[in-house]
Ligand binder design. Structure first.
Ligand code: SF4
Length: 253
């Protein structure tokens, strides 16, 4: 069975969610002209890329190629460029930092301790992310509240201030269910990561991602050897200081 066969179960108000997400992106683009999408190339981010296309906004799009991604994930970069006739910016870690880290700690350092895992994420994700966001006043993500307890309070637009500087973070899918995501993918015939058909709902680097079993949590396949309450790499744990939209326009309940 494909992921579409398994998960295509839209919410009753799916069409309204799509319209709200497009409207949110258009408002964000008007307020933040230097806008970019951070794409992990997962199912949600393929939806967000298509929503930006439907919204007609001129945002950029970038991918963090950690050097540890699956071939199935990287294949989507070319597919996005072909379908939307646009360039995907690919940011990679600094080679000297990777070489030094691997020489000191080995290729499988992430399994040795959480500190080493986070150090690997810092080198391969966080530093390239900081470069990708330089000069941007807003970034778009595919975060959904349903994804994990840590994301249950995510707002659709927040102002972040932290080590990456200050900018808006726009998450048009906060209200979407996993069924909404797959209904949209099916309806619009979007490309998606082939690993989703092999029980990988959440896909990151190859050494840190595994398939999940029936009944397991959505993110159980990410850093599965660690404390289950700490499944973030740092990209989405920046402090949020204030909503940029009036309360009535912010979907946070
Ligand atoms: S997810 Fe794993 S391989 Fe990827 S940067 Fe983090 S620790 Fe390294």
């Amino acid at each position: 069975m494909s992921a579409i066969d398994l998960y295509n179960t839209p919410s009753p108000n799916h069409a309204a969610k799509v319209a709200d997400s497009i409207a949110l992106l258009q408002r964000a683009a008007a307020e933040y002209p230097r806008l970019t999408q951070a794409s992990s190339l997962g199912a949600e981010d393929m939806v967000v890329t298509h929503l930006t296309h439907l919204a007609g906004i001129a945002s950029g799009i970038f991918v963090l190629d950690t050097g540890k991604l699956h071939a199935e994930t990287l294949a989507l970069v070319h597919q996005i460029e072909q379908r939307y006739t646009r360039s995907v910016e690919v940011y990679r870690p600094k080679n000297e930092a990777v070489v030094k880290f691997v020489r000191q700690n080995g290729e499988e350092a992430m399994y040795q301790s959480m500190d080493l895992r986070k150090a690997c994420c810092d080198i391969r994700k966080m530093e390239p992310l900081a470069r990708a966001l330089t000069g941007k006043d807003g970034w778009i993500t595919g975060l959904r509240r349903e994804q994990s307890n840590a994301r249950a309070e995510v707002a659709d637009i927040v102002q972040e201030t932290g080590s990456f500087g200050s900018r808006a973070k726009i998450s048009p899918l906060v209200e979407w269910t996993w069924g909404d995501v797959w209904h949209f993918i099916a309806t619009h015939q979007l490309n998606y990561n082939a690993l989703h058909d092999q029980f990988y709902p959440s896909i990151g680097c190859a050494p840190c991602t595994r398939a999940i079993s029936v009944g397991e949590d959505f993110r159980a396949g990410r850093w599965w050897w660690e404390d289950q309450s700490a499944k973030e790499c740092g990209l989405h744990v920046q402090p949020a200081t204030s909503s940029l939209l009036p309360v009535a326009e912010n979907a946070a309940p």
